[in-house]
Ligand binder design. Structure first.
Ligand code: NAD
Length: 262
């Protein structure tokens, strides 16, 4: 913890969607947050909108090792040499037909989601260790478990993130806890764009989700902040599925309960 006792957090992809909701939750709980994002305009807008001196915006691409190291070092200096929590939300969606995809598109997906997560974790590790309560939360997806057509790049990246989470959890114990959250479909700009572009159909998703709706980003932020906080002090190496029951629903062939199924 920082000398002032205020818990500190670094959020990548913090200028949009789930990342911004995490920033808001941590601020509302009294913490200090640094957000890192590749989108400079979005960083400026997010910081201006949040309007507090407890948020610090940084522009960097998680694909660039030097940029990541520089930002993480600057954030640690701001926070007095200690970072209590890191949340890796930076990500893209780029559906591609596997047999036709270009190598650079495949590499981009893996480089942002998997390698980018590793770069940030590696750079932040000494400062998380110094915290004495350090926690990392990575972001997987239902795609870390399920096979999705046109998303073999995304499925591979997210399965990799879950493996990385387990590996680091063991290697960095007992000093740093490492967990992941695997959301279902969350109403963010990423999903809105896929739907608008005709690459995702909302209706079958809702029909296939036992909780019968899309998720609000703040519902994922709540799970992330739980895992990042001392409330989860004995939890490490886990991927927590927050998907409205989508991946545990075995009722796709219509089993009857024999009762009234509302
Ligand atoms: P979003 O598009 O709203 O936000 C992603 C943010 O990451 C953006 O601000 C973007 O600028 C930033 N980013 C992209 N590439 C970057 C890079 N190279 N370096 C730094 N920042 C970069 O998306 P979201 O829905 O909030 O997604 C956040 C994370 O959650 C992603 O990893 C995504 O795969 C995952 N996820 C989302 C959903 C969903 O339904 N929205 C479901 C499961 C998992």
């Amino acid at each position: 913890m920082t000398p002032s006792g205020t818990p500190t957090m670094l959020v990548t992809g913090g200028a949009s969607g789930i990342g911004t909701s995490v920033v808001e939750r941590w601020l509302n709980a009294g913490g200090r947050v640094a957000l890192l994002d590749v989108n400079e305009e979005a960083v400026q807008k997010a910081c201006a909108r949040l309007g507090t001196d407890r948020v610090y915006g940084h522009v960097a691409d998680v694909r660039n090792d030097a940029e990541v190291a520089a930002v993480v070092g600057a954030v640690a200096t701001t926070f007095g040499g200690v970072i209590d929590a890191v949340v890796n939300c930076a990500g893209i969606a780029q559906p591609i037909v596997a047999a036709e995809g270009a190598d650079e598109d495949w590499t981009r997906m893996i480089d942002i989601h998997l390698n980018g997560t590793m770069r940030v974790c590696r750079a932040a590790h000494p400062y998380l260790k110094a915290s004495g309560r350090g926690a990392i939360v990575n972001i997987s997806s239902i795609a870390g478990t399920l096979g999705l057509p046109g998303r073999s790049n995304y499925c591979s990246a997210k399965a990799g993130v879950e493996g990385l989470t387990r590996g680091l959890a063991v290697e960095w114990a007992p000093h740093v806890r490492v967990n992941a959250v695997a959301p279902g479909y969350v109403q963010t700009p990423m999903i809105d764009t896929l739907i608008a572009d005709g690459k995702l159909d909302a209706r079958p998703i809702v029909a296939r989700t036992p909780l019968d709706r899309f998720c609000d980003p703040d519902e994922i932020a709540a799970v992330i902040c739980f895992l990042a906080s001392d409330l989860a002090s004995f939890v490490t190496g886990q991927t927590l599925r927050a998907d409205g029951g989508l991946t545990i629903d075995g009722n796709w062939y219509g089993v009857s309960s024999g009762g009234n199924d509302d």
